[in-house]
Design a binder for this molecule. Structure first.
Ligand SMILES: Nc1ncnc2c1ncn2[C@@H]1O[C@H](COP(=O)(O)OP(=O)(O)OP(=O)(O)O)[C@@H](O)[C@H]1O
Ligand SMILES: O=C(O)C1=C[C@@H](O)[C@@H](O)[C@H](O)C1
Ligand SMILES: [Mg+2]
Length: 179
């Protein structure tokens, strides 16, 4: 076993799955926390892109949303994670199949919660292409997020930890996740 693995096992915090709406910061904060804790990091959208050999938007247009949901669920459940790992999920993943239940049975789940208005501001400034948004901007984007979040929030709220996404820091995440 490498020195890095010994350190990870000694930490023993297990697996932490970040969940929440598009743009809430799962990828950004998952990666920062993993760097801070010196542990393994997986972003499931990026893993899917690597396996499929194409971007998420191209996957949606080539194979459709149902195929995307099946593949992201398979990757969630079939990936071998080290004992301590941070996993950032796609925004819709907790709302399909038994994915949320599976994550809660296999680790901690952290919902990064933000208002539709803040999510819209972040999404408008983000370079990542998100097919579900279909290029919406301004008020139309805020309205879309408000209704989609209402559909999805009952899944996100099953998370073991609900974290206010405003003024996040790795120290705050560590403190919240230790509770
Ligand atoms: N605390 C923050 N303050 C301001 N901007 C932030 C903050 N956290 C993340 N962002 C920005 O918000 C955008 C979305 O972040 P990120 O890609 O991490 O979201 P995500 O939850 O992974 O979204 P998706 O579900 O689409 O993968 C990025 O442009 C990122 O730089
Ligand atoms: O909220 C969603 O449905 C999505 C979020 C992204 O992370 C990607 O998984 C994809 O663009 C779909
Ligand atoms: Mg992401």
């Amino acid at each position: 076993m490498s020195d890095t693995n010994e350190l990870q096992v000694a930490k023993g915090f297990g697996r932490i799955f970040f969940v929440g709406f598009m743009g809430c910061g799962k990828t950004t904060w998952g990666r920062k926390l993993a760097t801070h804790l010196n542990c393994h990091f997986v972003d499931l959208d990026h893993l899917l892109e690597e396996k499929a050999g194409m971007g998420v938007a191209e996957y949606f247009s080539s194979f459709g949303e149902d195929a995307f949901r099946q593949l992201e669920s398979d990757l969630l459940k079939q990936t071998e994670y080290p004992a301590d790992a941070i996993i950032s999920t796609g925004g819709g993943l907790p709302c399909f199949f038994d994915n949320m239940e599976w994550m809660n049975a296999n680790g901690k789940t952290a919902y990064i919660k933000l208002s539709p208005k803040t999510l819209a501001q972040r999404l408008e400034g983000s370079k990542t292409e998100r097919p579900v948004l279909q290029g919406k901007k301004g008020d139309e984007l805020v309205e879309f997020i408000t209704s989609k979040l209402a559909e999805r929030e009952s899944f996100y709220e099953q998370a073991t930890h609900i974290i206010d996404g405003i003024s996040l820091s790795v120290e705050r995440l560590e403190e919240e996740l230790a509770k």
